[in-house]
Design a protein around this ligand. Structure first.
Ligand code: SF4
Ligand code: SF4
Length: 418
């Protein structure tokens, strides 16, 4: 089959794409964990169905427009990678496929406007903050707007925390163990600056020098996952220059950013920058993994002490990065914390980058299902490691009149008096 997916027509990424296609043995083990198969019940909206459809297009047997509704419906959650016994790297098929198909695609005017708005606001904290503020004022006029604006208005936060600026350097506060660079995150800086504050507190208290490179920009994950590979490459190149090479690790506190940066090697596959991209990606590590590696022990004063905490697995942490145990182990080490496990842990909450804006109905169904599973554990608090999931789940909790607080895992590990 590899020879049928033509490298000269598809480009260097034909190789990882063909490998993913060839590895699939059509067993169907991935179907029950796929959120679109769970909600739509269609073979063509399952991982196995999509792999077949993309293969047919790449081999020239179908046209891209014949399958685009099925590839569009995919959340890119990668639950299918976790559940696949044959090791199919579905992410190495869907991301390059979208990037390959996008330039020739005819999009509706509303889709073009929506994507332009998203690509020009979300990756830029100042623009995003301004857009969120404007959104709050014009939200009452949503009914007068074109229908494609409604999901964006629905996601507008009711209030924004005060803007916080970050220093470029935070020295270790105990015997020095290492030096890292922190990914500040675009949406995270605007929606929840408290997460970076908690991360810096916990790291410096653990003897880690923290650099926050001032020239860093968006990780590019959002662009990558909607097929805008040129924009994603520009973001990655900016970060190659911005982040110092002599740090022990590049720490991410947002699963979406971390997994996006770990995909830099795939993004530049077959190009002159592949090696640089791969060595950058190798340094990227989720904060939970880093803290577990250095033997972090939470104190009795930490925010999570004495709480019943339900843990939500962000797809881009659990599935894309295979990180399930480190956050759990850290939470379990908190004095008197009871860790609660919701049903259907592997199902996406519906956030998935811009999915809840581009596919609001499916995202709504998944958001309600996830929230019900979390509430069924009767928690005092809900923890997770991704700002996108936090925004999505918080909206559904508040819509359901629940006031259960949502935290990033790192906040629960931070001392309340720090
Ligand atoms: S992706 Fe994996 S689990 Fe799904 S059908 Fe193919 S081989 Fe089976
Ligand atoms: S990435 Fe998620 S939505 Fe897409 S096929 Fe895999 S499990 Fe289904």
């Amino acid at each position: 089959m590899l020879h049928q997916i033509k490298k000269d027509k598809i480009g260097p990424q034909a190789e990882p794409m063909a490998k993913a296609v060839e590895t699939c043995v059509h067993c169907g083990f991935c179907l029950p964990t796929c959120p679109t198969y769970a909600t739509m019940g269609e073979e063509m909206d399952s991982p196995r169905g999509r792999i077949f459809l993309m293969k047919e297009v790449l081999e020239g047997k179908m046209k891209p427009e014949e399958i685009e509704s099925y590839t569009d419906n995919c959340l890119g959650c990668l639950a299918c990678v976790t559940s696949c016994p044959s090791g199919v790297e579905y992410g190495e098929l869907i991301s390059p496929y979208r990037a390959w198909a996008e330039p020739d695609r005819e999009r509706s005017i509303s889709s073009q406007i929506q994507r332009t708005i998203l690509l020009n606001t979300l990756p830029y904290p100042n623009r995003f903050r301004t857009a969120a503020k404007i959104g709050r004022y014009v939200k009452p006029l949503t009914k007068l707007m074109p229908s494609f604006m409604k999901p964006m208005m629905d996601m507008t936060p009711a209030s924004l925390p005060p803007q916080e600026s970050l220093n470029e350097y935070y020295p270790a506060k105990s015997k020095r163990k290492g030096r890292v660079a922190l990914v500040a995150g675009c949406a995270q800086q605007v929606l929840a600056p408290r997460i970076n504050r908690a991360a810096i507190n916990v790291l410096t208290r653990s003897g880690i020098d923290v650099l926050v490179p001032k020239d860093q920009g968006c990780c590019g994950a959002l662009a990558m996952h909607i097929g805008a590979s040129d924009e994603a490459k520009k973001s990655a190149q900016r970060n190659f220059s911005a982040f110092p090479k002599d740090v022990d690790a590049i720490i991410s506190t947002a699963a979406g950013c971390g997994s996006g940066m770990k995909e830099y090697g795939l993004l530049f596959h077959g190009s002159e920058e592949q090696e640089e991209a791969e060595s950058f990606a190798d340094k990227v590590i989720d904060i939970s993994v880093f803290l577990e590696d250095i033997g972090f022990e939470p104190s009795e004063n930490c925010l999570g002490a004495n709480k019943r905490v339900a843990y939500h697995d962000a797809c881009h942490l659990a599935h894309a990065q295979g990180v399930r145990n480190p956050p759990r182990n850290l939470l379990k080490a908190i004095p008197n914390l009871t860790l609660l496990e919701p049903a259907e842990w592997e199902l996406c909450c519906g956030s998935a980058g811009t999915y809840n804006i581009e596919h609001p109905d499916t995202a709504e169904e998944l958001g309600k299902r996830k929230t019900a599973n979390l509430l069924a554990t009767e928690p005092d608090a809900i923890a997770m490691g991704n700002i996108g999931c936090m925004a999505q789940i918080e909206r559904h909790l508040r819509d359901g009149k629940s006031d259960i607080p949502i935290y990033h895992t790192i906040e629960l590990l931070d001392d309340v008096d720090s």
